[in-house]
Design a protein around this ligand. Sequence first.
Ligand SMILES: [Zn+2]
Length: 329
Amino acid sequence: MMEKVPRLLMNAVLVLCCFLPSLGHAEGRVYSLKDYKDGAAFLESIPLPGGRDSRARRDLTALFSAYPDHCAGIELSEENRLYVVMNKGRRLVYEDGKGKSFREKLEDPDLQDMLEQEYRPGPVEEDPPEDFDPGRIRVTAFFQAVYGETRDEVVGNCLETPFLGERVPFNVRGGARDALRKVDEELSALLRANPPLAKHVRPLGGSFSWRWIDGTRRLSPHAFAAALDLNPARGAYWRWGTGTDPGEARRRYPREIVRAFEKHGFIWGGKWYHYDLMHFEFRPELLFSHRISAEAPKPAPWAPRRQSRASNEQSRPGKETPGSWKIED
Ligand SMILES: [Zn+2]
């Protein structure tokens, strides 16, 4: 739902959100990815708090692997606080040291909060516990740095993209549009083989829309043209529904459709406690993070990921160099 917020007010809030995260830290040592032969050597050289098997290492591996053209380096401040330095110079704190409730993480997350809950690709077997919404906590400034700071910049980064007979604007940065084209190829073949699936897809609910998330003052992932809604009539949304868990609808949603998206770096809002069954969003860092964790001891199903002892950079995707993003079939 587009709220009638004057553009000026929206821009003022966004400018504040852009620059506040950069303030209030002392200059420290900066490690630039370009100075190393690959991402593994880069991370190896940084004395990360918690050492080589830390959650920080896993999270940073996921971010740098998923967005190699946009994450330029890491700054370790004099107080031993980590910042991710984006390629235009903006610094984003990895862990702000604040204890936060789930709601506070939604409102004011750091990068660690954004990657805390593990998104698991594959079939839905159980309903998520309360507030289990992997991917719904987003550091807006991170996505602004990747996809565009303002509406005009995002528009300039979009190209019309064929998708199942329609054309949708999608962001070329971060690999989002290329990924959507691959999903289109898979879904086109799927729908030819199984035409009744089309009712779950069409008419599309939309892709780009410069707006707040309904009921909030946080930019929607649709504002970055890196998310797509399929047929809203087949995809319940928690704010529009009764508020009760959609249970059966979630489990009966065609898993082939979800799989086609997940395979190319998208997450599905149907896996959230605050469900959004029509919603698919390009979040390769979450799928990377899952793969990196895949050989670590498994927490209980759906539980937020705990700090694990084994992030297995030696044998798992953490070993990949930036730019080698690929989801296994
Ligand atoms: Zn959506």
